[in-house]
Design a protein around this ligand. Sequence first.
Ligand code: GLN
Length: 322
Amino acid sequence: MSELTLLQGLVDSVHEKHKENQEGAVATYIPALAEADPDAFGIAITTIDNKTVTAGDVDSAFSIQSVSKPFVYGLALEEFGIEAVGRHVGSEPSGESFNSIELNPDTGLPFNPMINAGAISVVGMLYDALADKTGDRILRLFSELSGSDIRIDESIFESEMTTAARNRALAYLMQSTGFFNAPVEEKLASYVSQCSAMVTARELSIMAATLANIGTHPSSGNAVYSPLTVRQVLSMMFTCGMYDYAGRWALDVGLPAKSGVSGCLMAVVNRQIGIGIWSPRLDGYGNSVRAIAACRDLTEELGLHAFEFSNRGSSILSMYIK
Ligand code: GLN
């Protein structure tokens, strides 16, 4: 039996185990998200040598929502460098919900790029450089990462724009503190637009596999991100990707990950695989109930936790100590 057949068996059994779980509720604060099929559930794993194993609804599209954040943050790091990006967004977990209206009192900046304030600030930097070409640049990035032609869903975009009071409040709060310049509405629209890009669980796993493969796309071989950018992005996902559930996630699962309110979850196993899971019912933190449960099981079965006892640590250090 090939290794992939074994992995397929595991993914099938994890999907089967959680299929009937109906806990949680589909997000409704963006009205268009309420139309999602609550029973949809797909799991996809893509290896860094570009093999994909799937179970369930892996070819149905959903809006990427907050899973866009690490990718756009990576783009900003590539364009402007770590230092310049650090003048617009911090790197500390906030311990607050993803749309909390607050900035770090010590710096006046958003706590990190994985929460809404930070992501709006980051896309604002891109907007300063690219103006009305920002949206196209981001879609080009998502298309390159997924290997598909990624588009935004206009009805989800419109739906979020008309209910974006909290994100609008955050954007104007940031403008008032000085590091976030006008045009605020255009920058807000760029953020909402990146969240409205449509992807599938299969595509998400391919996008994640580029991060697992130290920035090089598993099929095209294109270097999308530098290794340093990937290290920065994965560190941020590890500490802040699951919002105010990030600490517990680090304990139980121990993988860099990012969730989105459409019910998607992306996780990365360094140098091995990208994981994309979609199931629209959310828990109180805004994370997908079944995606979390499935990812926890995969981690358990495959020994994926960053601090798993079988993890040997630095190969450079092993040249010095045996
Ligand atoms: N577009 C959503 C928002 O800004 C993204 C939030 C999320 O996925 N957690 O509220």
